[in-house]
Design a protein around this ligand. Structure first.
Ligand code: SF4
Length: 466
């Protein structure tokens, strides 16, 4: 493990600090939406077992940090956040054992016990189902906490959009990626589990279901029924339909875009014509070195087909620069390709040399300065395209899900996101006038834009829409 940190000492804890009260758990989540889902499930398991969730570490009896280790920088950030909490604990919070969960323990395993004495217990991804046992043990509870009330579904979402995991793990082993080593082999979650979770979320007030996984396009291939994502979208939409909600699917690999799936995106009314396909690169030699396959022509024809067959199709992608051996021309080709396709949203990554991956051993690593310069080049184009795509929606009348209320210099404003904006990643709609509650789907006229953000007003009646 090539991250750096200082050592500190772990205090011991015993149950709740407030005598007979139920112990309180503080949660801190780092990384992606998949981690948010995992934290939510751990929170629900603990709540079911009688623990209480706490918003404030100072008020908690135990802290759970769900870590990310996708990149070395994310590992470093996870460890720094853990040490920061340990420091706050030592400087005043008091007796607060820390449980480190998720990708860092999965990736670095037993190494951590000696390296991070600040942490009371480590829970790798595959063992998060045992969280009640681990936390009880850490708190020195002699008898396990008893379940409270009815058996609630394993989610505690409060907002209007909810991520739902349909799979975990990955079998692709792209040369740069540590995920298959952290999360293990690909497995699809059974459709009945997914639909039951969606049903409870919709009943609880959620109005947008965002389906995620490392590779959502191959969902079902490992199940006995041999169903596919197109079929699952129909099943999930059936749960969402009575509430007038939306279904969005993220993280498809290009090979996963079958004709059946394209038809599902086009024909199922609840499924949004929005797709996130991380290409990483377009150059055939680069893709082959990355262990991904495909070519610029194949990718171009896929995106053209999506635009042709699905009216209003919104495309999101990810590009990676600075992979070992990438030439200036190949980096330029990626910039050129992103511009040619005109993605609505593009995330940009500089390649990071990850322990244990095939690319980490490749000889022709690119220096950091060159990576930075290529990242900037691609980001400039990505931003320009993103700002233009956002501005093109000005003047439209669209449905917006209300996510919350924000304070501004002038007072407060409603904030939401339109169907073409994935929550947490693509900007928001700031609503200047009108009334609505969190979770409402309102009709908005978009009147202005700035960067990835839009300004809108609620349209109160049908005449105004015309
Ligand atoms: S498809 Fe490739 S980049 Fe994505 S999680 Fe799997 S190995 Fe990693």
């Amino acid at each position: 493990m090539s991250v750096t940190y200082e050592r500190r000492k772990v205090p011991q804890a015993q149950g709740s600090r407030r005598g007979g009260e139920a112990p309180r758990c503080y949660f801190l989540t780092l990384g992606c939406a998949k981690n948010e889902v995992d934290t939510d499930r751990m929170r629900a398991l603990l709540t079911r077992a009688g623990f209480v969730a706490s918003e404030d570490a100072r008020d908690a009896d135990v802290a759970l940090i769900n870590t990310c280790s996708f990149l070395a920088a994310a590992t470093q950030e996870s460890i720094e956040a853990t040490l920061q909490l340990a420091q706050e604990r030592d400087e005043g919070i008091g007796n607060l054992p820390i449980v480190m969960c998720g990708c860092v323990p999965s990736r670095y395993g037993e190494e951590l016990e000696d390296e991070l004495p600040e942490v009371a217990a480590f829970v790798p991804v595959q063992e998060e189902g045992r969280i009640v046992e681990v936390v009880s043990d850490v708190l020195g509870l002699v008898t396990p906490m008893s379940p409270q009330g009815t058996m609630s579904p394993l989610r505690t979402i409060e907002g209007a959009s909810a991520y739902v995991k349909i799979s975990d793990g990955c079998d692709r082993f792209c040369a740069f990626c540590a995920i298959p080593y952290i999360r293990g082999a690909y497995f699809s979650r059974p459709a009945a589990d997914i639909c039951s979770e969606v049903h409870h979320l919709m009943e609880g007030g959620v109005r947008e279901i965002v389906l995620i996984g490392q590779d959502t396009g191959v969902w079902g291939a490992d199940l006995d029924e041999r169903r596919d994502l197109a079929w699952l979208l129909e099943e999930v939409s059936r749960e969402v339909r009575p509430y007038g909600g939306w279904v969005r699917v993220l993280y498809l690999q290009p090979e996963g875009m079958t004709e059946r799936l394209i038809a599902a995106l086009r024909d199922i009314p609840e499924v949004l014509p929005y797709i996130d396909i991380p290409i990483q690169h377009c150059n055939e030699r680069m893709l082959s070195r990355m262990g991904r396959g495909g070519s610029r022509d194949e990718l171009a024809s896929l995106f053209a087909r999506l635009r042709e067959q699905i009216p209003g199709m919104v495309l999101r992608s990810t590009g990676m620069v600075g992979f070992p051996g990438e030439t200036e021309e190949e980096a330029d080709e990626l910039v050129d390709f992103v511009e040619e396709v005109g993605f609505d949203y593009t995330s940009v990554f500089a390649y990071s040399q990850e322990d244990g991956t095939a690319a980490a051993e490749m000889p022709d690593q690119i220096d950091e300065e060159t990576k930075l310069e290529r990242t900037q080049r691609l980001m400039d184009v990505a931003e320009q395209l993103g700002f233009q795509a956002t501005a093109r929606h000005v003047g439209e009348v669209v449905d917006v899900i209300i996510d919350g209320v924000e304070r501004t210099d002038e007072g407060t404003e409603l904030i939401g996101h339109a169907w073409f904006q994935a929550p947490d990643s693509d900007g928001a709609v700031h609503i200047e006038s009108g009334e609505a509650a969190v979770g409402d789907i309102v009709t908005c006229r978009l009147v202005d834009s700035f960067c990835y953000e839009l300004v809108g007003t609620i349209v109160e009646d049908a005449e105004e829409v015309a």
